[in-house]
Design a protein around this ligand. Structure first.
Ligand SMILES: *Cc1c(COP(=O)(O)O)cnc(C)c1O
Length: 383
């Protein structure tokens, strides 16, 4: 028995390794079989049943990182989101969702739920009282995202969890932006934790995957829906993800530091009007973030002063890539108005606080001075 719990980087590197019993290699072998024996076996293995050797072992790593009893890995973040919600909601049920959510999740709910006869309400803001106001007799689930996309709003997880317990509701969180390194919602009373593993868990912008961590009881229920929806991840990508996750702790630690430096630099810049980063004391959610996060993450947003055209600024960057998605080791930047939130009307965007010049910055692991130099030269070109 170990004297103390494994540290986070030890879990990242070692938990859920598949032993190479034949050759004693240092890394997990990869089992590509979609066909396994069914006679005289304890488990009937099949990739869509989430139980191939590589799938099962990687789930242990994710569960350990999220302080959960069990985990499941999916073919994408949206496969995880949709399977989790459909496992717990049926015809006539109602779900309360935070207004500031990932665009794909909003799309899933608004385009699919009517067909299933599932009712939904979006909160007005991201405070506990906003969730409470929308709870009805048939509400079954509260769905949270914190820090949120793109303005990094912070929701108090302990309070939302308590509210849910009082009303006998299930709670789910999209923990993608924080990563398990910075935030462990299960410790705060949240039931089900979802990740787009395409982002921090993968971390190199080359893997599409999702994950869910929860109690064995909840995972069992999600598994039963998951095998019908068929959103499993193929073993080659499972293996890639295991490899990537070995450096998760190191990457995120560096991204936390870099983002803090960039947030401080940008907030002092005379051509920048607003910086949204939960690590800044000026951020309205700073105190809550400090109490429930171990690091403030690698994501931030900012607005340039009126005279500077944000489109031209983005095009003038040489090192920081104008690119969709986020959380890679390389820094990327995007305009939510033109990408993730393009389908919303300008009025609806304004309601969410998203101005046209807003830029979302995913800070990578580069040297901060190189990122600063890039931003300086881009602003000069726009001046
Ligand atoms: C990207 C993302 C998703 C969706 O994940 P995919 O892997 O693209 O399906 C869900 N939630 C958040 C917060 C995301 O950033």
């Amino acid at each position: 028995m170990a004297k103390h719990k494994r540290g986070v980087n030890t879990i990242c590197t070692h938990t859920g390794e598949v032993r190479d019993k034949q050759f004693n290699g240092a890394v997990s072998p990869i089992y590509m079989s979609t066909s396994y024996a069914y006679e005289d076996v304890e488990v009937k293995r099949y990739p869509r049943y989430f139980n191939t050797p590589n799938q099962e072992m990687l789930c242990k790593k994710i569960a350990a990182l999220e302080h959960a009893e069990e985990a499941l890995i999916f073919g994408s973040g949206m496969a995880a989101v949709s399977t989790a919600m459909l496992a717990f909601l049926q015809k006539g049920d109602h779900v309360v969702l935070q207004q500031t959510l990932y665009g794909g999740t909003i799309n899933f709910v608004t385009k699919e739920f009517d067909k299933y006869g599932i009712e939904y309400s979006f909160t007005k803001g991201w405070e506990t009282k906003d969730f409470e106001k929308k709870i009805k007799d048939n509400t079954k689930l509260l769905y949270v995202e914190t820090p949120s996309n793109p303005l990094l709003t912070i929701t108090d997880l302990k309070k939302v969890a308590k509210l849910a317990k009082n009303h006998n509701l299930i709670t789910m969180i999209d923990n993608t932006f924080a990563s398990p390194i910075n935030q462990n919602p299960i410790d705060l009373g949240i039931d089900i934790v979802i990740h787009s593993a395409t982002k921090y868990l993968g971390g190199h912008s080359d893997i599409l995957a999702g994950a869910i961590a929860a109690s064995s009881e909840h995972i069992d229920r999600i598994w039963n829906t998951g095998i019908n929806l068929g959103g499993s991840l193929s073993d080659f990508t499972v293996w890639m993800l295991e490899r990537s996750m070995k450096t998760l702790g190191l990457r995120v630690e560096r991204q936390n530091k870099n983002a803090m430096k960039m947030a401080k630099y940008l907030s002092k810049h005379k051509e920048v009007s607003n910086v949204y980063y939960p690590g800044l004391k000026t951020h309205p959610g700073h105190e809550i973030a400090k109490s429930q996060m171990k690091g403030f993450g690698g994501m931030l947003s900012f607005e340039l002063k009126k005279g500077i055209d944000s489109e031209k600024f983005v095009k003038s960057l040489k090192l920081i890539k104008a690119s969709m998605s986020l959380a890679g080791v390389e820094s990327t930047i995007l305009s939510p108005t033109k990408t993730s939130h393009a389908l919303l009307t300008p009025k609806n965007r304004a309601k969410q606080g998203i101005k046209d010049g807003l830029l979302r910055f995913s800070v990578g692991i580069e040297e901060p001075r190189d990122l600063i130099e890039d931003i300086e030269q881009a602003i000069k070109r726009c001046g």
